[in-house]
Ligand binder design. Structure first.
Ligand SMILES: NC(=O)c1ccc[n+]([C@@H]2O[C@H](COP(=O)([O-])OP(=O)(O)OC[C@H]3O[C@@H](n4cnc5c(N)ncnc54)[C@H](O)[C@@H]3O)[C@@H](O)[C@H]2O)c1
Length: 296
């Protein structure tokens, strides 16, 4: 008999990337299930807009640059003070600028690692320490098909998402018996700003952000390590990585995933790419005199 779904009502969640496609959908769906949601993203103005559209006092829109680990800890403290202990940490925020690996600015390579991997490592540690004391809690890190299958044009993004997967899996082993869960949710291409200009992946449809949010809610309700959205991305990710490299690279060429991102229509990505590039000029307007940001 299938295990009964866990009740989410009355719990407290932190959702990062909460003004983005998946994060805003997730915040809305969690609130509909009776969860109090702290919404984290870079722009307070956008957070306020999304929170107003959700239209309940059960959301706490508070700006955070997830790559700033001191600010992330203060953020969790503040959420605990205002909403109560954090039951769910959903790390959705990420950036995916596209360029040839040797044309990517060093500052951008570092930024991708800080946002997509450093923030995962430091926030997972911080939240898990708090959750272990209470013997319960669940951390969900959003991975990607690019956590198993590398592709040209996003070499550093692949490094960050491979890293996120390895880190989450290792932590899962250490958390056994603690009452604290960790999962990865693995989307195929999502119809969002991040994937603007991309061609379709053969055999795997692009998904709506709400389907990914549903996948995150499914693992919160019925914990498991990896949830693939849609399931076909799991077949492709696990299947391709189970074969020898020569065959794997032939399969990625045949499925046209090898250079899919490098061949994106850049004219459709101008707005996204410039938004991500603007993060290099201190997104939150704060300085980091002690050099305490989450450099990997
Ligand atoms: N879009 C895709 O095709 C795709 C495919 C597979 C996996 N994913 C993953 O799914 C997740 C959600 O992607 P999405 O499609 O909703 O992207 P999105 O660009 O719509 O949302 C990402 C959000 O993260 C926020 N963000 C970026 N840097 C931040 C920082 N330093 N601090 C706080 N917030 C920050 C952005 O402002 C944005 O609101 C990401 O982890 C992404 O890597 C996306």
């Amino acid at each position: 008999m299938a295990k009964q779904a866990k009740q989410l009502s009355g719990k407290v969640a932190v959702v990062t990337g909460a003004t983005g496609a998946v994060g805003s959908s997730l915040a809305r769906k969690l609130v509909q299930r009776g969860v109090k949601v702290a919404m984290a993203d870079l722009s307070q103005e956008k957070l306020d807009e999304v929170a107003a559209s959700i239209g309940t006092p059960d959301v706490l829109p508070m700006a955070l640059d997830v790559s700033d680990r001191v600010a992330y800890t203060r953020y969790l403290d503040e959420v605990e003070r205002r909403l109560g202990p954090v039951d769910f940490l959903c790390n959705v925020a990420a950036i995916m600028p596209i360029s040839a690996f040797d044309e990517e600015r060093d500052e951008m390579s570092q930024r991708i690692l800080d946002v997509n991997l450093g923030a995962i490592i430091f926030s997972t540690k911080d939240a898990a320490r708090r959750m272990k004391q209470r013997g319960s809690g669940h951390i969900v890190n959003v991975a990607s098909g690019a956590s198993w299958l590398a592709g040209g044009g996003v070499a550093t993004y692949c490094a960050s998402k491979f890293g996120l997967l390895g880190y989450s899996e290792a932590v899962k082993m250490e958390l056994r018996g603690s009452g604290v869960e960790i999962s990865v949710v693995v989307p195929a291409v999502i119809k969002s700003d991040m994937s603007k200009g991309l061609k379709d992946v053969r055999g795997v449809r692009a998904v709506d952000p709400s389907e990914v949010a549903d996948g995150i809610i499914r693992v919160l309700e019925r914990p498991k390590f990896a949830e693939f959205v849609p399931p076909a991305i799991g077949v492709m990710s696990l299947g391709f990585s189970a074969v020898p490299y020569k065959l794997r690279h032939m399969l990625t060429r045949l499925s046209r995933t090898d250079l899919l991102l490098l061949q994106a229509d850049q004219s459709k990505r101008v707005e996204y790419e410039s938004r991500v590039a603007s993060q290099l000029e201190s997104p939150s307007g704060e300085t980091d005199p002690a050099g305490e940001k989450a450099h990997v």
